[in-house]
Design a protein around this ligand. Structure first.
Ligand code: NAD
Length: 554
């Protein structure tokens, strides 16, 4: 079977651009994914479709789907086509949702092996993954926030230690150098290191810790930004660095620690040995992975004790460490609460757009528009200037930009007009990560220590998905966690296509504004000042039940 890549150019295979857009996005997640043969996109097991027959059936259906029909997908498998109406979503999907008490990794693996369910990642099964770029601005904003909070505004001459150069973790070296730091990334699989070097995300590689440290020291001394991939196991390297007295300025990890069976490779195992043990001794493999994580997190805690800024970058490593005896693993901060919550409270988050023509010039034209029209938006202007220089094209040209309420729709409407006027060479799809204000409940990542204690309430992403359907989005997805994330999270994804038609203005405005509007209200409901301010400033129709308390008391 030939390798799948996303179609480019102006030729339609579907009955309209909205359907063609979704088909290209599905192809694009596979083009950018980590293991196409297994349909695995990222996050160790995050898949684009249930299996190859399902993939073929989805492609076939999208090619024949009418604009007034909706395709229903359950865990990556197409189930049926329903007559709806022209403003209804073309695709709705629910991936990996297990009933509460049954949402365990054991049940997930069993159902996965029976071919009944998949872990869709956040953006894999929802066809929204755009390569490592998808989280790069998030990682960059974390580093910027740390620079402001701890290092006088700059990471020049600072040393970041991290691990994992997979689908998402692969963004770390580039985000680190964009922030001006010297960054050491420990990765156990050499081909992942090579993939990031060839994609332009990573600069150097070595299998020698001494050589890596010498390069890092030199870069720190000269203030040069540098990224180094070290072939090794984080469970060995972190304690070794600690023992030798090396103290990085910032320490984190983005291995697939959430999954002990398919993700984290234990000390003493190669990826191939772990794959073999998965079949012959799964319990032993999981035990070894848990013990290794405990060693790594133990070292992270000691780095923190010695003065490093240490944080969890969204891979459940602390929960795993607790299970394996590190009782104080949660002394390590989660990145959302520590660095990004004030942005999410205003519904500023990982918005993204994809040039369906495949022409990188379309992204550059949109960049120019943003720099002209959003010059007062510091976060976005700074990012677009940097991204334009540093972020290479992966798959269909795409850009991530942390826009907030109404700014997303303002950009999308302008882009829709550019498509209509022929200023871009094809339509553009708008989407976002599921790690967005209204879209994710994950008490150990997104919603840890919410002000009102509402961490585990999954109503918000469910409401988000329903509202996105009512708001005329093109694709709406509800995901829950699989593998090591089973029982940990629920999220919602959304995609809307700017095909240049005037009727799409209404869809873009309604879907994008309601998506972020609910995000602001989610945080306002939890009592965040930034959100209450945003409600006032943007005139969001919030219902404040406190006003009625006095009446009820009377
Ligand atoms: P991936 O499976 O594509 O890559 C994980 C990488 O870690 C692989 O290259 C693997 O070889 C390497 N690895 C595993 N064990 C190792 C060890 N002991 N030492 C060194 N390297 C090791 O996963 P991904 O898509 O890069 O995601 C990584 C983690 O980040 C996942 O848990 C994912 O859920 C999480 N994530 C967080 C965010 C966020 O917003 N912060 C976003 C996306 C993903």
């Amino acid at each position: 079977m030939s390798r799948i890549t996303a179609a480019r150019g102006g030729e339609l295979r579907c009955k309209g651009w909205r359907q063609e857009a979704l088909l290209r996005m599905l192809e694009n997640v596979l083009e950018n994914g980590e293991n196409q043969k297994e349909l695995i996109v990222y996050a160790s097991l995050g898949k684009a479709a249930r299996n190859w027959p399902s993939y073929r059936a989805i492609v076939d259906t999208l090619k024949n789907l009418e604009e007034d029909e909706t395709l229903v997908i359950q865990s990556g498998k197409p189930i049926g086509i329903f007559r709806t109406h022209r403003q209804a979503p073309l695709v709705v999907m629910a991936n990996c949702n297990l009933v509460g008490r049954w949402a365990t990794s054991e049940n997930f693996y069993e159902l996965q092996d029976k071919g009944l369910i998949i872990w869709g990642g956040l953006t894999a099964a929802a066809w929204q993954y755009i390569g490592s770029q998808g989280v790069i601005q998030g990682t960059y904003e974390i580093f910027q926030s740390i620079a402001r909070l701890h290092f006088g505004g700059s990471l020049q001459g600072r040393f970041i230690l991290t691990a994992g150069l997979g689908g998402m973790g692969g963004s770390q070296p580039l985000a680190g150098t964009m922030a001006g730091a010297a960054i050491l990334c420990v990765e156990v699989a050499e081909e992942r290191i090579d993939k990031r070097i060839s994609a332009g995300y990573l600069q150097r590689k070595t299998a020698s810790l001494d050589e890596a440290l010498a390069w890092i020291e030199e870069a720190k001394g000269s203030g040069e930004a540098l990224s180094v991939g070290l072939l090794g196991n984080a469970a060995d390297v972190y304690p070794e660095l600690l023992a030798s007295g090396v103290l990085p300025d910032i320490v984190t990890d983005q291995t697939s620690a959430h999954d002990l069976l398919y993700g984290y490779i234990p000390s003493g195992y190669t990826p191939a040995a772990a794959a073999a043990a998965r079949k012959t001794d799964p319990a032993g493999l999981q035990e070894a992975a848990g013990t290794s994580i405990a060693a790594e997190v133990g070292a992270m805690l000691e780095f923190k004790e010695r003065g490093a800024v240490v944080f969890d970058n969204g891979n459940n490593i602390r929960s795993q460490a607790v299970k394996y005896g590190i009782a104080n693993a949660f002394d390590i901060d989660i990145f959302t609460e520590a660095f990004l919550r004030p942005l999410f409270a205003r519904a500023i988050g990982p918005f993204r757009w994809i040039a369906l023509s495949g022409d990188p010039q379309d992204i550059r034209t949109i960049d120019e528009y943003i720099l002209r029209e959003f010059s007062d938006n510091e976060i976005v202007s700074n990012w677009i200037k940097l991204a334009n220089i540093h972020v290479p094209v992966e798959g269909l040209p795409a850009r991530i930009g942390w826009f907030g309420h109404r700014d997303r729709s303002r950009l999308a409407l302008a882009v829709n007009a550019m498509v209509r006027e022929g200023k871009l060479s094809g339509p553009v799809a708008f989407s976002r990560d599921h790690l967005d204000a209204a879209a994710m409940a994950h008490p150990n990542i997104m919603t840890e220590r919410m002000k009102d204690g509402s961490d585990a309430i999954a109503d918000w992403p469910l409401l988000n998905a329903m509202l996105n359907c009512s708001s005329m989005a093109d694709l709406v997805a509800i995901h829950s966690g699989g593998g090591g994330y089973a029982g940990y999270m629920t999220s919602a994804g959304v995609t809307i296509v700017a095909d240049g038609k005037e009727e799409s203005d209404l869809r873009l405005r309604t879907a994008l504004d309601n998506d972020t509007g609910l995000g602001v209200l989610r945080y306002a409901d939890a009592g965040y000042e930034e959100s209450l301010d945003e409600v006032e400033r943007k005139g969001i129709a919030r219902i404040d039940t406190r006003r009625h308390e006095e009446i009820v008391a009377d």
